[in-house]
Design a protein around this ligand. Structure first.
Ligand code: SF4
Length: 335
């Protein structure tokens, strides 16, 4: 997997990772904004500080404090307000680990948390309070691989994180190869937002590796707003589909960002017509401490789905779902 071409490709996206913006004043300057225009701004992201790569910043509107991409990444004072019913682990994921870095919540599939790191820090993230893991990526994989090998009812491994595509191709190769020799596995799914914030992460080397896997490979990307899809990202994602790799999108329904039928319809249409992706899930936000200001109720979500049904073909209407601690599957609220 490591060729001269892959070294050049890697250096490109890794440079963007290193150049990511980490200070609010730096981001405001780039966007020609003053702190006084953002009454909700907080300089302090706590253990989850600002982090946003420049290719994503380039899709934000200059001079607009309400920009929907900016609102997803800039720390907000309301994150520090305690809200009843919101906790640091609302899905009780810390109790579903058969071994470190592996979640076995649903029948037939497991979630392998390949890394705790992400290229972007999304303020609404339900894993934002997970303890920082200082062990190197890969340190827990052996126990996880043994568990998967011993549980023959598992047919699909979902590689998540953090964001698995933050790992070097050589580490991913190690993981893919180890999974591919487990005889009862049939599917390999990657959950990632990294290509959305750094489209250069979708390299030919990565796609060719996934396309030739004996496991059916699927990439589930995370896009919340049509403005996140520019021509570069659309082209990169179309290439995923052209190589026969499954491609789906999941979004989070977020107050002030995508909580209107018009915005959601535009997202579905842009996903499909520009990037060749079908909308899959629209998640109600989890009740994570520090994210109550993003909350949209199930009743509002149902109304939005009904409005989408009236203006979009059925295949462009995502399923509105909610995750519930201990449930055997996601709860479908409307579809
Ligand atoms: S990329 Fe995903 S896991 Fe990482 S901060 Fe954003 S929502 Fe959370």
């Amino acid at each position: 997997m490591v060729t001269d071409n892959s070294v050049a490709e890697s250096s490109h996206w890794q440079v963007e990772l290193r150049r990511a913006i980490r200070r609010p004043e730096q981001l405001l300057k780039l966007l020609d904004l003053k702190a006084e225009q953002l009454g909700w701004l907080s300089d302090d992201g706590g253990d989850f500080p600002l982090r946003v790569p420049l290719p994503f910043v380039a899709r934000m509107r200059s001079g607009d404090p309400t920009d929907p991409l900016l609102r997803q990444v800039l720390c907000d004072r309301r994150e520090w307000h305690g809200t009843a019913g919101y906790s640091t682990d609302p899905l009780a994921e810390s109790s579903a680990n058969p071994c470190p870095g592996l979640l076995h919540k649903y029948h037939g599939r497991v979630l392998l948390l390949a890394t705790h790191s992400c290229a972007v820090h999304c303020r609404y993230c339900f894993r934002r309070h997970f303890p920082q893991d200082t062990t190197p990526p890969g340190a827990h994989w052996e126990a996880a691989l043994t568990y998967i090998t011993e549980h023959t009812e598992i047919s699909e491994v979902i590689i998540s994180g953090g964001d698995p595509l933050i790992l070097r191709d050589s580490l991913l190769e190690t993981l893919f190869s180890a999974l591919e020799v487990i005889p009862h596995l049939r599917g390999l799914r990657l959950h990632t937002r990294l290509p959305v914030v750094i489209p250069a992460r979708i390299t030919d080397t990565l796609l060719e590796r996934l396309a030739k896997s004996p496991l059916r490979a699927t990439m589930v990307v995370h896009i919340n707003h049509a403005q996140e899809i520019d021509a570069t990202l659309a082209q990169a994602l179309r290439r995923v589909g052209q190589l026969g790799i499954g491609l789906l999108n999941q979004s989070v329904l977020l107050r002030g960002i995508n909580d209107s039928a018009k915005t959601l319809a535009e997202l579905s249409e842009t996903l499909h017509y520009e990037a060749g992706i079908l909308p899959y899930y629209l998640h109600l936000p989890d009740r994570v401490a520090g994210t109550a200001h993003f909350h949209v109720s199930a009743a509002e979500g149902r109304q939005l789905i009904a409005q989408l049904r009236a203006i979009l073909p059925g295949y462009l209407v995502p399923r509105l779902v909610r995750e519930e601690a201990g449930a055997a599957a996601k709860t479908v609220i409307a579809s």
